[in-house]
Design a protein around this ligand. Sequence first.
Ligand code: NI
Length: 253
Amino acid sequence: MLFDSHAHYNDKRFDDDRDAVLSSMRENNVGRILNSCSSLAEVGDILAICEKYPFVYASVGIHPHEVAGLTDADMDALIKYAAYPKVKAIGEIGLDYYYDFSPRAEQKEWFARQAQIASELKMPVIIHDRDAHGDCMDILRTVDVSGVFHCYSGSKEMAREILDKGMYIAFGGSLTFKKAARPIEAASYVPLDRILIETDCPYLTPEPHRGKRNSSLYIHYVAEKLAQIKGLTVEEIERATYENAEKCFGITE
Ligand code: NI
């Protein structure tokens, strides 16, 4: 079975067929899904999905795109939501200097605040880092926290530091794209016991379906590509990444 460690089933692009898609996971070899959160406004919808589908877990957190204007009261709400039993991580949090939808100073402030909360709650983080590798690592060096870098796009050297910190690294659809030299280099470098796989659906659809809406039903393409890169069987990739995700998110049931 496959563990999709990063999905967004609360997204409106699933409004027409969310139940049909999620109900078909078991028969398509998808065993667990972590639904990642981007803003506090999404938490209600995400927890409703988790309640309906026992195999779906959640994170809570505020994406760098959404951090402008956050308040201390929002952090109190985050801490309250983090206590829900199916909430397994704080995320996605981090920095996005590609789009710069929020001022960088605020991105840094609220990333650091949320990472600190995760550290205090002893919960893993899900990191979103786009074109902000240096500042992202600078902030992470100041907090004692575990977790995963989602849709990893950094270098081998940065991967080394993430691994030394005890964190996991997740690869998704971009591993299958034509211009994938950098993620492939990182994926061949990271040891198998520290790798997670993900879709980030409805985004980042893997080849050969690029352009269509993504879902966890396509995660096997990521597993197959990783098997090819590592010179292992798909079954070995499945087993390892499933166990790694359970460990990363502390899922024991
Ligand atoms: Ni995401």
